[in-house]
Write a protein that binds this ligand. Structure first.
Ligand code: FES
Length: 309
């Protein structure tokens, strides 16, 4: 973690504040690539990830934007209520689970709501490289449309405003069907991402997506057992620890990255039992099938959960 000074807090749109962070001693922050995010520390062990929306060529500051989630129990609410210009905050070095393929012949960017943030750094990078791109950005109302002014100079940026029927409708099916050899990126709410992933299945590795920063709570109620089928061992998950904690404490080498149910790297197959899904990665049908679980944040609804580990 490193310290950053909150240089600027700006009202960006209804329910959305934008923040500019700068190194406290001048100089520069670590470099980042388009699509990267940082984790911010919010006290009491709480961290949240936010996409960097600034130009990756700039290292004199990072910009993020935070949408106040109605059900927030600490993440976005703590930021909206407490962060003031001049405060010092702890942030991680940038990491990227949503990288841009820089040599693609064309890039199609699709954003819903606050999902516009990683697209802004991608647009800056694509412009710097002189690459061809198009953006499809959907917002519910004009008042909730963040960064509309930044998109104005670009004819290839299309904005759909749900309650303004004269704006073009976001037609995911058509966009994906006409993607040709482009790489396609989507960041938005779960329903949009689920639809995008199912419609775009045929694009294979050219289909990229990122869920919003999670504002869900990691399951730490414990009180259940994990049966690891391959190892033939059973572990207790105690109150206060996550499933991932229990696995790592037992020396089980399970891969993970974001630790908040976004990236998909900790997915494990479930052989028996009912998970308490807390992630944003699995689609709703996948969650209902209960055949896999994101062990970084999810728990168990059954007293015993058998995993393919
Ligand atoms: S580590 Fe990213 S989803 Fe679990």
């Amino acid at each position: 973690m490193q310290q950053a000074r909150l240089r600027e807090v700006r009202w960006e749109a209804e329910g959305i504040l934008a923040f500019r962070l700068e190194p406290p001693d001048g100089g520069g922050f670590p470099a980042f690539t388009a699509g990267a995010h940082i984790d911010v520390e919010l006290g009491a062990g709480l961290t949240r990830s936010y996409s960097l929306l600034s130009d990756p060529a700039r290292r004199d500051g990072y910009e993020i934007a935070v949408q106040l989630e109605p059900g927030s129990r600490g993440g976005s609410r703590a930021i909206h209520e407490r962060w003031r210009p001049g405060d010092m905050v702890s942030i991680s070095a940038p990491r990227n689970h949503f990288p841009l393929v820089e040599d693609a012949p064309h890039s199609v960017l699709i954003a819903g709501g606050i999902g516009i943030t990683p697209m802004l750094s991608m647009i800056a990078r694509l412009e710097a490289l002189g690459r061809s791109w198009e953006l499809h950005y959907a917002v519910r109302t004009r008042a909730r449309g963040a960064f509309l002014d930044r998109l104005e100079p670009y004819p290839s940026a299309g904005v759909t405003i749900d309650d303004e029927p004269e704006t073009p409708r976001l037609d995911l099916e058509r966009i994906l069907a006409s993607a040709g050899d482009a790489h396609v990126y989507c960041c938005g709410p779960q329903g949009m991402l689920d639809r995008y992933r199912s419609l775009g299945e045929g694009l294979g590795e050219r289909l990229h997506y990122e869920y919003f920063a999670a504002d869900t709570e990691v399951a730490r109620d414990g009180g259940y057992q994990l049966r690891l089928a391959k190892r033939g061992v059973t572990l207790d998950v105690d109150a206060g620890e996550s499933m991932l904690d229990a696995l790592l404490n037992a020396g089980v080498d399970v891969g993970f990255a974001c630790s908040e149910g976004i990236c998909g790297s900790c997915r494990v197959a479930v052989l028996d039992g009912v998970p308490d899904h807390r992630d944003l990665f699995l689609t709703e049908p996948e969650k209902q099938e209960n055949r896999s679980i994101m062990v970084c944040c999810s728990g168990s609804r059954s007293p015993v959960l058998t995993l393919d580990l």
